[in-house]
Design a protein around this ligand. Sequence first.
Ligand code: FAQ
Length: 334
Amino acid sequence: MYAQMVKSTGQAVKTRAEMSAEEGRFQDRIDAGEKIEPKDWMPEGYRRTLIRQIGQHAHSEIVGQLPEANWITRAPTLERKAILLAKVQDEAGHGLYLYCAAETLGVSRDELTEMLLDGRMKYSSIFNYPTLSWADMGAIGWLVDGAAIMNQVPLQRCSYGPYSRAMIRICKEESFHQRQGFDIMMKMAGGTAAQKRMAQDALDRFWYPALMMFGPSDGDSVHSAQSMAWKIKMNSNDELRQKFVDQTVPQAEFLGLEVPDPALCWNASRGAYDFSQPDWDEFFRVIAGDGPCNRERIAARRMAWEDGQWVRDGLMAHADKARAAAAGQEEAVA
Ligand code: FAQ
């Protein structure tokens, strides 16, 4: 039933003349900057798009724990271990706020999880790349959380109330994550020659996958036009990618590391960096399920879901008993 909800909404944006009276009033509210709340009327496409984006975002936070969890037992110091544990736990929290935000649209967390496991829903492409060294924890915090912040700060102003409010808290935590990643990179880049090489290698492997996080080029982005008209997205994919490059290149220079792009150069007339695009064929392969770690990630989520069945069963049995006991008490009083 919910397959309908995640079906592509990449159709042409309706003109005012094509909108019904209700759709016109809804668009007026959006244009006036009002927040849409769960009980308000909304077009079915708006609801579907939100479920797709928020659900995909929630899944990304949960699956996104796996590449970093891989290094918790191998963190170089107790302090680094405690920081990494806290960060990974934060990501779990983000997933939970986002599943709750999606639930306000009439889809349950169980249904969202089933859609992830059977391939009807996606999660961010970035989490399909392996974490091969400790320096990757630095690169993920610096680049992946950095890209996430670039994308999510504007979403604090998006039109759907529960999503925009979840973003406020998430962005605060993502800033801490980005800082801790940059701190790891500073230590590694300023360390021994071998440590600096590890930092450079992590940047080399994560640069283009981080650029892919913003989605395909605007010309290939099927959802952007409608999502921006509804203020579910506040900026286009290419705009955010450019901002990310402009912010990150000086940080790489500060670290004494080289961005792996020979074509990268400052364009004074645009006031921005010119840079090479990622390999979009690789991107589409990864989001279609054929990246380096897609199978491993989904297998880990499936195992967690199946292993947790007894907890869900126990909670349901407890709720049934509590309901029966409450009904019995009511009868006794009557
Ligand atoms: N990966 O038409 P568009 C994080 C799909 S959170 C996979 O441009 P849209 C925190 C897209 O779904 C990271 N799929 O799509 C953290 C669509 O396919 P569909 C997650 C992608 O939705 C850090 C098709 O391509 N953040 O990192 C990707 O308008 C460290 C066409 O694309 C969010 O989810 C991709 N990168 O724009 C956690 C933020 N890009 O659904 C742990 C909210 C595109 O029709 C550790 N989401 N696709 O089958 C968004 O802003 C948007 O959904 C975009 C994509 C910008 C990601």
